[in-house]
Each structure stands twice: as C-alpha cells, then as structure tokens.
Design a protein around this ligand. Structure first.
Ligand code: ADP
Length: 650
C-alpha cells in the first residue's frame, strides 16, 4: 500500500480491459487509480480500508504516455468515452497498452502531465498507435502487425518539466469541465509569439506558463508583483511555495505559488464567479452578505466533477437557490434543457442575458474576495523584523500571552502573539517555526514567521477577523443551532486542515474549538498546531496538570501521554461535539478526575440536542478506545462529506 506522501495523483477513471488473454471480451470498468513515484496502481474502490488492488504498472517499464483516439473507443462501447489516453509499458518482453478515460480534458491533461513527470527519466518511444489493437490490426492505421512501431509521433519526447504535482490542495485541482483550456494535441503546444513559444523554438523544452489568480504586491526585494490574469513564465519551481517567474517585461522574481495556476489548467479559475470548493453553506452566507438580486457564484458540487450554480434572489423573500449544472449526451452544459452551451462560461453568459427558467437573470458576483495567505511573508523568510510591524488593538489573551492585531510593512494584516517569557522552549520553537511556515492549507492558520531576536518573542500569523471558533459558536448560538448544515460544514473544514497535517505527519496535540479561528466568508481554520510540544509549563504538559486538556484526551494520552494523529482524532470528536452544542463545555462541570474515570470506563459524551444520528455516529468512531480503531482524518473527511450529501441537498 502506498504511503500517503508518495501519492502524486489519484482518482477514478474508466479503464479498458487489457485483453492479455486473447479471447476475453473487451470491457470498460470504473477503477480508482493511484499514481506514486513508483507505480500506477488501480483498485476496485477508493475506501482505503476496503479496497482491493486490481492491477499495477511498475513505472520503470513505461515507455509511452499519450492521448488516444476517441473514435476507436466510442465504436466499441456505449459508454461515453471522451478523454482517452494511453500508457504503454513492457512486461516480460511483451508490449502492453493501458487505455484510460478521464472525466474531462483537464483531468486527462493532469494525469498525462503527472505520469510523464514521474517517468521523466524513462526512455520513451518515438512513435505510437493512437488507436487500439483490435486483435487483428491497429484501429488507427490498420497495420496488421501488433509489434509495428506506431503511426504517430509521440509528443512526450519533447516534454520536460521539473514540477511533480504535489498533494497541496491548490495543485490537486478539480476538473474544470468546459473551461476554455488548450487541449493537448499531438505536436500542439504554445501559441506562437508567447514567451513560451520562443523558448520552445530554441530548445524544444516547453516552459511552464502560469496565470495570476490574484494581485500580489512584492514588498521584499527579490519578489515580483503579480497582476491578476497576467501570464508569467516559470523559471524555477523547485521550492514548493515560492516560485521564480518572469513577467512579460522581462522582470524576474519570486511569487507565492498559490497565487498562480498553470495556464493549461486554469479552467474556470480565471472567472470572478468561480469559487472553487466553497460549500453550499458558505456560498449562502457569502451571497446573503452581498444582498444583491441576481448575485451568483459557481462552485464545485459535492458530487465530484460536477458544478453547482448558487443564485441569490429577493423574490418572494431573500434566499439562495442552488442549481446543478448538468450535461447532456453531447457533453453540452445546461441549467434548463432548452438552453445548452458548449462550455460553462458560455452557459453563464447566456443566463446573464436570459433568466431562462432561473429565479433571476445572473447579474453580479461577489468581488474583492480575500486572497489566500502566503507561506511566509516572502521566499525563505521566517524571521520578521519587529520594526516592520505596526501593532493595533488586543485580540485576546491566552496562556502564552497577549495576541494583538497588526500590519506588516503597512500592508498585510497579521496577528501577533507575544509570548510570555519562560512559557516555552524558545530556541527549539524557533527552529520548528522554519518548518511550520511551510505548512500551507486553506484550513490552517498560516504561520508567517517569528520575531526571535528580542524578548518576548513574537509569533506572527494570518489574521482571522472573527476570532476563536469557541467564542464564535457561543456568540451566534441562536442562528447556528438551527443550521446543522453550517455546523457540519465547519467540521468538514477543520477535518480538511487536519487531514493535511496528518498527511505531513504533523500532530496537533491540542485540538479544540478554542484553538480554531474563524475568518471572513465563514472560513474556519486550525491554529496553534504543534505548539504544545514547546510549552514549558508542567501544568499544561503533564496529564496530571491543571491546564492539561483532559477533556479532549483519549485513554492512551491519559495513561501513557502517547500522542499521535489518532489522539488528534479523539480530540476532533470532542471538537465536533463542541460545534454541535454551539460551544458547551464537554462533560459539563465534571472535575478532571471524574472525566478520566468516565473515559477509562468507556463512557462517552452524549448526543448533542438536534444533532443528526449520522453525525453523532461519526463522533463515536473518533472515541473508539483503541487508537487503531479510530478512522484517519482523510477517511473521516469522506464520511462527513457523505453524511452532508445524505442529509442535505447540494
Ligand atoms: P490560547 O492560548 O487560549 O490558545 P491564543 O493565545 O491562541 O489563545 O489566542 C487568544 C485569543 O486571541 C483567541 O481566543 C482569539 O480570540 C485571539 N486570536 C488569536 N490568534 C488570532 C488570529 N490569528 N486572528 C485573530 N484573533 C486571534
């Protein structure tokens, strides 16, 4: 089984049977594919614990990764085959071809790119057959020798890229169907005249061209400003979070990699109205907050690969309507069957001029949406000069000291935690901070850096305007308690952040609602991860201490102080309970010793009032006495999404 951090890409695709045995009929099956740096493996499903391996290709044997001919597939079967590609490889001296069908042009492109990247050092073939081997001849050129070298030139021969798709969310993009991307065509590539084309002519190497998704103002020397929608050529993408790029005036510098998207993959992300994987609940809050008739967004539906239009109307009363964007058999998109368009942007354009059965014509979409935090305030920067920080009001105070709102170099909002002297082992933490600035996820509070030269040391993080989740839940109890969907969405967001930490083998050790923060557009993020390790106070670190988070601790932590991602899972269950009670104290007024007694006996928290049974069942799984029986965050996230699909309409 692949280790999580080895996984380059995974997802469902339809696979054509390989016909290794001569007389078995051709069939097409949906399989879950996982690409690591070693192999392409396919399974019967995606549930980690249950899946069975159905086949595997050792990547060292791969010699071809190319687009396949659509027509030859379509003739064979009634299922829709639109985006076929093939992987040629050798096994026991015999050539085989695996034919795969992606769900969209962009998905195919990403798979091909990832496969070619992981096979970059392989000796690739010059020619290949685009069609299938029918048993008698090649469907493309009608050649009757199975071993003939191929009828079309491979384009992978000229493909070189240093970038291997990683697991961070912005790289693991969804399949922006219908977006106006350039399809991969044999021999195709850059548009003449672009910087990309010039370089290609020179060296036959296709450089990566990215498009800015947000404006970015370079503050530190060596960085480069980005202008939304402008194109940049990537010079160096060897670091995960800061890439060196060149603009079209020839200026070069570092930019945050989460502010750009590869041109070929940009898809819907170039449009103001596309909000990516924003949930139904968050899109409702956003549109209600805008309060404009006809204000709309398009978001990824909770059903993978589909899109939903969320539209605000005041008629007959202010509310948000959600419409699935459907596709007909000709792969056209529609909201009402009478008005079909070849792409989603075309469809949106149509409904901007005609309501066509919608509650309102599409008029505006929310603008000035916040740009994401960057991993550190510049490339390789984690030490922050305190003179560059302007400190404003106090946001709160915790056991480490006071937290104040601030601005870095007069332009970036930050929160500054001023660590009380003697509360933490500072040198160790400062070392760790260098690593922590590199952890980046939409649902983690970004660590920007530290001011470590003076005392007290400052920890500088992303500013979250609505403060701690615990206070937020308590303050908005009235409106939140009647909106189970919103509560579930908060849990899913936290789970996504935790799944990222789990993937990076990072243990939080103090996960609780008080350590999560709420930002604009109801985004929820996990804060203070890993900090507990550097606390010097015995009362906090020892399970007998008065400040130890006993109520969030599983038996193995209480008994042996054994922390793991699975102890985080237990705490996460308690956090879910806090969310669904809108901030009640777990175990009420019970003393710590009484809580320990209960937990040892296996007595768990009660189902919060109004909480769905399915949701409580998930909490209970987090409280399995043995850590091995608890699910992983990755698995938990899928379960939560399934529950939200089951009990809520998307
Ligand atoms: P604790 O030590 O209890 O975990 P913290 O020291 O992290 O608390 O923070 C104390 C309070 O300061 C929080 O409850 C929150 O209201 C506020 N706060 C902390 N970090 C931020 C931030 N990044 N953005 C906005 N408010 C924050």
């Amino acid at each position: 089984m692949a280790r999580r951090y080895d996984v380059v890409r995974e997802g469902f695709m339809v696979k054509r049977s390989q016909n290794k045995k001569r007389y078995t009929p051709v069939n097409f099956k949906q399989r879950f594919f996982q690409l690591t740096t070693k192999a392409l493996t396919y399974y019967d499903n995606d549930i980690f614990e249950k899946r069975k391996e159905k086949g595997r290709i050792n990547l060292e044997t791969v010699h071809t990764v190319e687009v396949a001919l659509e027509t030859t597939f379509a003739e064979e079967n009634t299922i829709t085959i639109h985006y076929p590609f093939l992987v040629g490889y050798e096994e026991c001296g015999q050539d085989y071809t695996l034919y795969l069908n992606a769900h969209s042009e962009l998905e195919r492109l990403e798979w091909i790119k990832c496969l070619r990247n992981v096979c970059a050092s392989n000796k690739l073939k010059d020619k290949y057959h685009q069609g299938v081997w029918t048993g008698k001849r090649w469907a493309c050129c009608k050649e009757s020798s199975r071993n003939s070298i191929g009828c079309v030139n491979c384009i992978s021969r000229t493909f070189v890229s240093s970038h291997i798709a990683d697991e961070s969310d912005h790289n693991k993009e969804n399949f922006n169907q219908g977006a106006q991307s350039s399809p991969i065509m044999p021999g195709g590539g850059a548009t003449p005249g672009t910087p990309s084309a010039k370089l290609k002519e020179k060296s036959m190497i296709r450089p990566k061209v990215v498009v800015a998704l947000y404006n970015y103002k370079a503050i530190e020397t060596g960085d480069l400003s980005l202008e939304k929608n402008a194109e940049y050529e990537v010079i160096d993408d060897s670091q995960e979070h800061w890439w060196k790029v060149r603009d079209n005036h020839g200026n070069t510098g570092f930019i945050p990699s989460n502010y750009v998207k590869e041109k070929e993959l940009i898809g819907l992300q170039q449009y103001e109205w596309y909000v990516h994987d924003m949930s139904r609940q968050r899109s409702e809050s956003l549109l209600k907050h805008e309060d404009k008739e006809g204000c709309f967004v398009v978001r990824n539906s909770s059903t993978k690969g589909l899109y939903t239009l969320s539209l605000y109307t005041k008629v007959p009363h202010p509310h948000v309507k959600h419409y699935h964007i459907k596709q007909n058999s000709r792969a056209e998109f529609y909201l009402s069957e009478k008005h079909c368009c070849s792409s989603i942007p075309d469809l949106i354009n149509y409904h901007k001029h005609n309501s066509g059965g919608l509650a309102s014509r599409l008029k505006t979409s929310p603008c000035d949406r916040p740009a994401p935090a960057t991993a550190g305030l510049s490339h390789d920067k984690w030490e922050i000069d305190p003179h560059e920080l302007m400190l404003h009001d106090e946001l709160g105070s915790g056991q480490f000291g006071v937290v104040r709102r601030g601005k870095w170099r007069g332009s970036i909002d930050v929160a500054v935690k001023m660590m009380k002297e003697g509360t933490m082992s500072e040198d160790d933490f400062i070392e760790e901070a260098k690593v922590m600035t590199k952890l980046q996820h939409t649902n983690l509070v970004q660590l920007y850096g530290v001011c470590s030269k003076n005392r007290p040391i400052f920890i500088v993080t992303e500013y979250m305007r609505h403060g701690s989740l615990l206070n937020y839940l308590r303050k908005h109890e009235q409106s939140l308690s009647s909106n189970q969907g919103l509560l579930l969405d908060m849990c899913i967001q936290i789970c996504k952040g935790m799944a990222y930490l789990e993937r990076h083998n990072y243990i939080h050790r103090d996960l609780a609602a008080r350590n999560c923060l709420v930002g604009s557009e109801n985004i929820v993020k996990v804060a203070d991860f890993g900090l507990a390790r550097y606390v010097l106070d015995d009362q906090y670190t020892s399970s007998g201490g008065t400040k130890f988070p006993i109520k969030w601790a599983p038996p193995e932590v209480l008994n042996y102080t054994r922390f793991s991602s699975k102890s985080d899972i237990w705490a996460y269950g308690v956090l879910m309970w806090e969310v669904f009670t809108c901030g009640k104290m777990p175990y009420g007024r019970l003393k710590n010793t009484e809580v320990v007694e209960r937990v040892q006996k296996g007595i768990i928290l009660e189902k919060p009032k109004g909480c769905y049974k399915e949701v409580f069942d998930i909490m209970r799984k987090c409280w399995s006495p043995s850590p091995e029986q608890r699910p992983s965050f990755r698995n938990l996230k899928d379960q939560l999404v399934n529950v939200s699909q089951g009990i809520l309409v998307d």
